[in-house]
Write a protein that binds this ligand. Sequence first.
Ligand code: KG4
Ligand code: ZN
Length: 317
Amino acid sequence: MILGIETSCDETAAALIDADGNILASVVASQDELHARFGGVVPEIASRRHLELVTPVIRQALADAGARLDDLDAVGVTTQPGLIGALLVGVSAAKALAWARRLPLISVNHLHGHVASLYLRPLDLEPPFTCLLASGGHTMVLDVQDRGGYRVLGTTLDDAAGEAFDKGARLLGLGYPGGKEIDALARQGDPTAYSFPVARVPGLDFSFSGLKTSLLYKVRDLSPTELEMRRADLAAGYQRAIVRALVGRVEAVAAGGPIAVVGGVAANSELRAALPGATLAPLSLCTDNAAMIASAARYTAPVPYPGYLSLDARSTA
Ligand code: KG4
Ligand code: ZN
């Protein structure tokens, strides 16, 4: 049984999976409400909240699975990339638990975790596939040949897709996090009412900053009453442009081969509908969770005791 711990951003999460990749428990304590009034994650507030929540969340995961700490075979924890203070809370908790029972510790890259959300049962996806990873912090097209890792083929040159959703939502006067809000509002809007630019960057990369600027100008030209009336159309057009950019890129890279989509933005309903042949991460595993971290741990070499006591968190990948 592997315990996974995730504290890289604003979700405090713990999960237990078995040796076959079945989820026995997955607990996610979201800090969304805490950060909403600031319109984004405040790193110091996130770290403090992780500190309060990490032990209760682990206890809850054990209770949900009917397991005890003695049942664990290994502890997997996100060590990078993310907010450094937030990561350190999870890493310290993982070290303490592993050390107390002389268990191996597995250092997991958060992005590998997102990809590994596809390896959990019942999905249990087998590589090779081309993977679109779209989250609040990253937007990448990956070549996945085996479960142990991936090769980055393209990445965003500026904002991540989730970040574009969040910033767009803010311009439209919607709440945080914005992806879900735009997704809901876009359903009531006409995606063709406004035209948004789909950036053409050379190679396999993405760019979303021009799109955001385009929305800014459109919003600026409207009076508050007009904005009220056109908000759904703007959301629909903006979302369509992001989805087009993502789908166009991943389909071009995959060239007819299998496609998978992971990360918070993989929860987007238009994106899911636009890739009918693709394997989509289950909705509960799109946004940050610890089951995906435990899953990645299955395919990562453990650090034996006591070497992991000097293991550090890193803010970059
Ligand atoms: O993977 P995730 O939980 O955290 C990171 O690793 O960044 O992704 C969070 C991102 C946020 O930007 C959020 O707005 C976006 O995923 N998101 C969505 C949807 N649900 C969450 N974006 C578009 N449509 C959604 N339904
Ligand atoms: Zn994530």
